[in-house]
Design a protein. Sequence first.
Length: 253
Amino acid sequence: MEKEKERGNPVRVEIEELIEAGDLRSLLYKAGELHGHLCGHLAYGVKAGYIAMRELGLKSKGMEEVIAIIETNNCFSDGLQMVTGCSFGNNALIYRDFGKTAVTVAKRDGTAIRIFLNPEFEDRRKDVYPEAYKLFDKIVAKREKPTPEEHERLMQLFSELSIAELEESADEMFITKRLEIVVPEYAPIFASVRYSICGENVMKSRAVAENGEYFCFPCYNRGYYQMDGSGISFEEKNLQGEDIRGGANEDEK
């Protein structure tokens, strides 16, 4: 019990041991469990998270005592989440839609470090891994249908290069800066209300109140913000269709 106390969060003992040991490869494999595959930017997220946790002397309990302000929604973010323990679900991951492969990790007192991928380092990757980037352009960027052999080869190359990138110099890979920031307040707890049309519960802060009743955005035919592969966008499409009662389930077929 005393040993677990020293290491912080007993749920994260394995990850904290890997951070302490500097075992970046095992941290990468852990991140791959979340991400679904290994790749270069996942490795960069793992390494950035590792550097931040070591530099700031942090051990996450998942209770917003460690905050990560991420500036991208690419593969980097999954590596960062796994190593730091900051996620959307525990309110410790804050997303700023800047489109930069960068993160600021902070303590509650505002002590922070910003780490972003060096553009010159990133630009050289295509010359270091030409086959991987050629297949990436075809299969991922252009969404052309690959042969089974091409897909298998891309996954193999991704795995190999992600491991190799962990060995690259952090000083060349990243540009880091120590900061003092204003840390966002702890996440508030909102009451839930029952919607009058769809009958589902939702945070009161997201409800539309009218004549003593509450309506969700889909049932009220109100626009909403959505985060997807393109970042955050405002969606104005009609969610109701012809039957307002189906509004909350517009993605169902």
